[in-house]
Design a protein around this ligand. Sequence first.
Ligand code: BGC
Length: 784
Amino acid sequence: MKPSLLLPHRLHRNFWLILTLLALVFPFSLAQAQAPAISDQEVTRQVEALITQMTLAEKIGQLTQFGQLTQGDGNPAGEKEKEKPEDKIRRGAVGSVLWLQEPAAINRLQHVAVEQSRLHIPILFGLDVIHGLYTIFPAPLATAASWDPKMVEQEQTYAAREASAAGLNWTFAPMVDIARDVRWGRIIEGAGEDPYLGSAIAAAQVRGFQGPYLGSPGHVLATMKHYAGYGAADGGRDYDSSYLSDSQLWNVYLPPFHAAVQAGVGSAMSAYMDLNDVPASGNKFLLREVLRDSWGFKGFVVSDAFAIRSLMKHGMARDGQDAAYKAFTAGLNMDMASDTYLNNLEGLTKQGRITEREIDDMVRPILAVKIRLGLFEHPYVDEARLDAVWHTPEHRAFARTAAQRSIVLLRNEGSLLPFDKNGQRFSSIAVIGPLADAHRDLFGLWGTITGSKAPAVSVLEGIRSAVGSGMRVEYAKGPALRRDIPSFFENLAFADIHEDPPQSPEDAQHALDAAVETARHCDLSIMVLGETALMSGEAASRSALDLSSRQQQLLEAVAALGKPVVLVLVSGRPLSIAWAAEHVPAILEAWYPGVEGGNAVADILFGEATPGAKLPVTWPRSVGQEPLYYAHNLTQQPETDADFKSRYWDQLTSPLYPFGYGLSYTKFSFSNLKISNAQPRLGETFGVSVDVENTGNRAGAEVVQLYIHQQAGSASRPVRELKGFEKIDLAPHEKRTVTFSLGKDELSFWSPGLKKWVEEAEEFDVWVGEDSTATLHGKFRLVP
Ligand code: BGC
């Protein structure tokens, strides 16, 4: 890099550093300290200075992400000779590298790029830091259950700190896909079914990862993914096609992406699947018309892994060149791991099918990001610093609090929970189940792939360290737990993930009997059942939601002993627990709770923490109800009609637990709903307030939720839509007034009839309460 290019950048950085220090000493407007370290004009100047020096091949290199699994371009002409990454980097054929996580390995390749390539352009190192790198925090669906965007932002701030200390400058997160079918394995990576909650969580994650501006120290570039519609896979089958109407796209699936763009996300990842028959990675409508033309996104788009090459598999591209052409012209900047751009863009330029100017346009945002991140000045990472950054009590303590705040209490008959840990009510506990002493499974799939450094605390260990010496704790695993069809992640060289080995029916029965015997000798049982890390996540969709591998049998056999049972679910999605919901008095959903999961579960069981999380997804009674979501339309003959009560003759339509649901150890009451203006004008913003009181004797957190329904208009509207929420902590008997504001943003929708965004002069219902079945009701009418 030429010094002339660096000088102004440095001056800027020093200026802002001094300003930030001053701001700390003299608390004047901190907003100024949040401004980027480099101006847009300066970024543009540096980008153009580089572009003019670059050869066509070097430009194409910037559009190429090297992956260890790269295997040629899939062109029928044959596989390319494998070339070492160092050689590729040296000749300027690599703009980014993925799947590295060790600082020494990252530095080694960065040295080649910065010291040995002609233009010394540093590399972007990207990895899936989804919910922590070395300290694994609760999985995204779990933290969405906290309904606490500030906590989510904090989690990703810690994750970014660890990632940047490892030398990574880019995470492939957040995943902001809406998912309304819990069979889809990747529902665990997102914020659930709702666009409003999903948008709030998406923006919080972007802020956490990127900090106040792109290039903030200790932060990384974020990626919103998978753009778009991946969560709507047919039948919940991962990678399968999605078919989404315009209304579903604009009103449900796109809003979290838009929120991420508005929060300043620097990159996006195109999805794998076909959206309405056009693969997302070759989809001009998504990548140009919506993302850039309509939303003004200025960052760059990377494909999902091999997705450009896969355009051939989809049946969209004839060959590698056609795939490169279609992805490139659709607006996809960077090729993840397939080398399809590397091998074909030059040929396409020479044939005149694309121009070098178009290539320049695709390279610009990538260079701009590298400049904003400060990579030209600080390309290397201090390898000695990593351990001091991640291995801290602060990160562990946060992991514990985050898990406590993510665990949902689904049932608590007769206030069985919390238990007294000193053995006054019970003097012995059986901790039972295949996940009771699981460690890595508490990380979920991505956490298991990256979280190799910090051991998790199992639920058994958490309980053992929580109870007093007066309590006897026994453990039995029960039958082995594994998928019917193994996951391909189980065999990946770089990931140490395994399920239990297969077990004969006799051995399984023996293990089951032994577990029941253990329970028989104790006063109560805590059963930890659910899904291994490999049962949820990518390539982990399922057709049934049962407690698999004899877990249901185990649960029923232990419950038949007639002693108290608590069911702790470790899972990536709601499971079929209709039987448990009737027969097991206390049920907790712990999701994949991360490194401090066992301690957090024990904190809830023994009342060190009060549960306050709420479901970010509707919990079905059985798999046959899927997709099931609260914001459905009424349409013809609703289930509430006297004569047409049911839509299934073998099952109710209602869920087992509604969206937004979750119990506490205390109770809250809602009253005094007030609407500041019963007849607001279109475009006007007005207030809805409610009094919330903690009526119990224990402090607790409640998520106050506001739902609306538009009664008539140019299209049918959902029976309810979340349009406001706030998590509040209340002391015993404390009462607080919570005020929400409603205005154009909340009351507009994309009208499929009119094919545009509208806010309509109609009557609306509004409800405020503790979940999506809230009954405290008011009305207002929007007037022209
Ligand atoms: C996943 C992405 C991920 C990428 C890189 C893909 O298989 O769909 O979510 O970011 O791999 O690891």
